[in-house]
Design a protein around this ligand. Sequence first.
Ligand code: ADP
Length: 559
Amino acid sequence: MALDVAGSLEPREVIARILERGIHAVQADRATLSSLSDDHVVVEATHGRAGELTWVGQHYSLDYFAGQPLVQKAIETMQPTYGGGLASDHAAPEFRQAIRDVRHVAVIPFVHGGKATGMLVLSRYEDRPFTNDDLAALTLLGAISGLALRNARLYEEGEAARKRADETAARLRAAVEAAEDVASQVQLDQVLGRLLERAVASVGADGASVARLEGTDMVLESTTSGAAVGTRWPIAPKVLAGVKKGKSVELTAAEYMGAPEGLESIVQPFRRFLIAPLAIGGETIGLLAMGRHKDEPFDPAAVQSLQQLSTLGALLLRNARLIAQAQDAERAKSEFMSIAVHELRAPLTVTGGYLAMALDGGFGELPEPLKAALQTAQRKTEEAKALADELLTVARLEGRALKPSADRFLVTEVVQEALVRGRPRAELIKGTLKADIADDIEVQADRTLVSKILDNLINNALIYSDHPPKVRLTARRDGDQIVITVVDDGIGISSQDQGRIFGRFARGTDRRVLEKPGTGLGLYLSRGLAEQMGGSLQLESSRPGKGSTFALRLPVGVA
Ligand code: ADP
């Protein structure tokens, strides 16, 4: 009978069962269960014979039992006791009436670790005293009830701890996800935008901003509304004091003062603010501020979430700054390069013009040795001009100054034009240059850039061969891309070289390559151009002595 009180792990259900079983076991009229701790007692619930259960939950000081010797004795001896009624004049006013009707009482303490941890008080309203027989039944009930209640409480605590651990894990997971998500953005403004979105979601705010610290002012770097970026705001002293200590600070709307003139409307919709420092290596470099429309305090979980995000935010803010600086430096370098190359190219054009004129007899008949020297000078001038042109394209590509158009055109057309340009060289070395391309294949790309890439690939295919080369171009559709391949039967590329030939100024290490003039920029540029058009360039296959296949992928032409 008593055993089934232990059948549940829900404390309230266990209590309800103990009360019910107690009443039935000894035919009592009322059962009341209380928990005891070192300094107080909690009357948990009381159960009448008719089956009504009332949850009380009242706390009383322990000396409340001073006037109830029977209860006192049960607690002290840790043994069930019984006797006449309780002293109603010593009871709390709310129980006095009920206690006045009680004729007989049995008190069963719950014992754990040498202490009474609770008790069950059973009362009878009629004059039928409790007996030693009742006591035997109640002793067993008391022992099992004490255990069952304790288990249920432990389980409840365990559950709460597990829930807290789950919550912490979820928060950590969210922070890691946020880190990955935010870190995948390279542009500074995007990094900050994502950070704010994440922070607003995890803290339960309606708006947010991130600012960099400048003395006692802050300068807004990003806001969820996109307003007021770049404006300078004084920092409230309370905020300043908190963030200097690395703590987040909560403010009410009344405490938030000092919006710059004309910008008051930005903070007006918010009734609560939570501001966290963005600190790195002990130095606060910025602030992450959350705003809530409702005047509700932020709970500890929200504060903790923001703290986690702000650590991440500080790192990202600094990294993004470093990246932005590196990009600025790269742009400045590219700009410098393009100016320098321009300046170099101009005199080359003039020199080339004079050389051509001289060789055409514009300055009269030339002696043979001079003519030969001038021809060499002319060839070198052309090479230098070609290099200058390549460098200019590199500078524009790296400085992101290249804006390819996206025209729709037939692949066969650009390929035929490229063949026309490449044929003289092919014939010179007795090679063959052919294309086999269906005449309905269209791409969406920049025609001039595609021509440049094809020229590079065809030239390489003709040059890097130790016998009269056979070069063939094909095209096919692959999903939403068109693949144009340039296939040769030349010297091929060793596997070590395959990994580096797309690098800037990278040339093969084969002697037969180094004998030929070249800059090592062709493939680097061609790949960059292909990517700018939403395509790619890859070495599809290559075998030393057998030849190579390069694949240029471009978006398919759409109507
Ligand atoms: P360059 O031709 O000026 O050296 P590229 O960037 O066009 O520069 O090519 C880089 C290197 O790739 C070449 O030096 C060569 O080693 C290798 N390469 C490119 N195309 C071919 C090819 N069709 N066959 C063999 N090697 C090639």
